[in-house]
Design a protein around this ligand. Structure first.
Ligand code: SAT
Ligand code: MN
Length: 609
């Protein structure tokens, strides 16, 4: 026995899995917390931790009459978003990280971070959080254990992941793979030192070790940096697992659409941020007889079933949605999900009567406490809520959640949508010629940057499959993986791939397409294409409907606008080509020849048109 001073709570772990126990002891020895708490995901644990967080000033309980069992937190002003420039893919070979990622040698990163972790939990509690991404009853459940010194993280993980005795049981079965995910806010406390409401550190690292399936995060308490089951595990690490095992881990919503004939179709869709992904995930169709239900709003894991079809599961258990812009008009189902309570709100504004508010929400508040803690009035120059403020709520509360959202089998995907925000060039909807062409559409996907992102507003940025910040390996290999997935499948059972753009503008800069619930008209056309019932025009970029091939009955927009939203413009596409060339050149030698062939073929079709 080594003479390690015993840390309270380390003994008598509620699980038996040896590697977990050893890893927890090792981390405790390095980070020297006051005590270790093994989390069980129970209501008692939630009640205890939220109470402690209220006492610490981190949480403010909202008025239970308005938002039952719900809490508000304001972060440190410098800890409000993912930190892409501090995010690393530490693959053994640098070439495996690729141009879209920061890379550091795994041994070097571990040496650097070990020094940061040394003593970093002093004066704090170290929580051990066994969790599962996707249904616990899956044949091969995707388990993880997050260690964190943040109770905010524990309560958020209660909502965003599956926790509890069932997870511990699967861990104890002994042969199931699990991902160790280490997180610290990096703010040790001296004896007697008063804590701050939102501890964090100016030095931040969000590191991934895809070869050994590990995650090390330091310095931030914010969602995407600290809730390690989400982007870190379910996208970056899972994409590397998917590459090795022949499946897909994608940044996609999963939507169920039900036709007037009561036939259900499942659609997966990838959009960069600020393109209405959550709104589409909870769509309220405007066309008579059609209904929509939600399976997921952010991440889809897709693998082939025994019948040769591609099945998707949502690995998450909650929504971590952007609050500003969410309201009873843009997303009534998100509003109903939130109203139900059991929610956490981060960096929104507080009303004087114990509720929350954000820009775009209904109501006309005359006084608020802004996310910064400052008084806010309608004349204030700064927004009341941070543009990246968030709500965290259980999916199960969504009034239109699909009954099968938790099915370990997943749901069979009929169509995959790629989309971006483009003023020009990209028609409202385009159907790909085949899987490889659809992969090319995803690989060359682009979007104008919004005010929320750093960089030039309006500037077009390539965001392949909306995975730019979430790829756990080389983007060229990722495209090859997509092509291979299609090659190894029965082509007649593969989902059809479509490219959509809700954001095309007219000469006076007005939106040509109304968007929101009206997007159901585009989805209806897509379903009818799958059924072989809808017509389209073949163009050099794919099959594009004309305005009369889409159900526009009852739309108030002039038909000329709809036509313009669907227009294939050869000149705009000629201007697009050098941008795609530039993007492919960046990827370098890992770009699959099939993607180069698709670009050449597109050029030839444009020349011939
Ligand atoms: O910031 S998160 O990664 O948690 C959410 C998002 O960017 O979609
Ligand atoms: Mn996302």
């Amino acid at each position: 026995m080594t003479a390690v001073p015993t840390i309270r709570g380390l003994e008598n772990p509620p699980i038996r899995r040896r590697e977990v126990i050893d890893w927890v002891a090792e981390v405790a020895e390095l980070t020297t917390p006051d005590q270790v708490v093994w989390c069980d995901g129970s209501q008692d644990e939630w009640d205890r931790l939220t109470k402690e967080l209220v006492a610490a000033g981190t949480y403010t309980q909202l008025d239970p009459e308005k938002k039952p069992n719900s809490f508000y937190a304001a972060s440190d002003p410098d800890d409000v978003a993912r930190v892409e420039e501090r995010t690393f893919i530490c693959s053994v070979n640098e070439a495996d990280a690729g141009v879209t990622n920061n890379w550091m040698d795994p041994a070097e990163m571990k040496a650097t971070m070990t020094e940061l972790y040394r003593g970093c939990m002093a004066g704090r509690t170290m929580y051990v959080i066994p969790f599962c991404m996707g249904p616990v009853k899956a044949e091969h459940p995707k388990l993880g254990v997050e260690i964190s010194d943040s109770a905010y993280v524990v309560t958020s993980m209660h909502i965003m992941t599956r926790m509890g005795p069932e997870v511990a049981k699967r861990l104890d079965e002994g042969d199931t793979e699990w991902v160790p995910a280490l997180h610290s806010v990096g703010a040790p406390l001296e004896p007697g030192q008063q804590d701050v409401k939102w501890p964090c550190n100016d030095t931040k690292y969000i590191s991934h070790f895809p070869d050994t399936r590990e995650i090390w995060s330091f310095g931030s308490g914010y969602g995407g940096n600290a809730l390690l089951g989400k982007k870190c595990y379910s996208l970056r690490i899972a994409s590397a697992m998917a590459r090795d095992e022949g499946w897909l881990a994608e940044h996609m919503l999963i939507l169920k659409l039900i036709s007037p004939e009561e036939k259900a179709y499942y659609i997966a869709a990838a959009f960069p941020s600020a393109c209405g992904k959550t709104n589409l995930a909870m769509l309220q169709p405007t066309i008579p007889g059609w209904r929509a239900e939600t399976v997921g709003d952010d991440i889809a894991w897709m693998r082939f079933g025994g019948d040769g079809r591609l099945y998707a599961v949502n690995p998450e258990f909650g929504f971590f949605g952007v609050a500003p812009g969410t309201n009873w008009k843009t997303n009534p189902n998100a509003m109903r999900t939130i109203e139900h309570g059991n929610a956490l709100f981060t960096n929104v504004a507080l009303t004087d009567d114990g509720d929350v508010w954000w820009e775009g929400l209904e109501g006309d508040p005359q006084h608020l406490t802004a996310w910064t803690g400052d008084d806010w009035t309608p004349g204030s120059a700064k927004p009341a809520a941070h543009p990246n403020s968030r709500y965290t709520v259980p999916i199960s509360q969504c009034p239109v959640v699909a009954p099968e959202w938790d099915d370990p089998q997943g749901v069979p995907i009929s169509a995959i949508l790629f989309g971006g925000r483009r003023k020009t060039t990209i028609p409202l909807v385009t159907e790909s010629f085949d899987w490889q062409h659809g992969t090319f559409m995803g690989a060359t996907m682009s979007s104008e940057m919004t005010a929320a992102a750093k960089g030039g507003k309006g500037q077009v940025r390539r965001d392949p499959m909306a995975m730019l910040p979430f790829l756990g390996y080389n983007v060229g290999d990722y495209f090859q993986h997509w092509v291979d997935v299609g090659k190894n499948a029965d082509a007649t059972k593969l989902p059809s791939i479509f490219y959509v753009n809700w954001f095309r503008r007219g000469e006076d800069n007005r939106f040509l397409w109304p968007g929101f619930g009206e997007n159901s008209r585009v989805l209806k056309w897509i379903i009818e294409r799958l059924e072989g019932k809808a017509a389209a025009t073949e163009t050099p970029i794919g099959h594009v409907p004309s305005a009369d091939q889409i159900d526009t009955e009852g739309l108030s927009e002039p038909i000329e606008d709809i036509e313009a939203s669907l227009r294939f413009d050869v000149d705009e596409w000629r201007e697009e080509l050098p941008l795609i060339e530039e993007w492919f050149a960046k990827i370098g030698e890992k770009l699959p020849t099939s993607m180069r062939d698709e670009l050449d073929a597109l050029k030839q079709r444009l020349d011939a048109s």
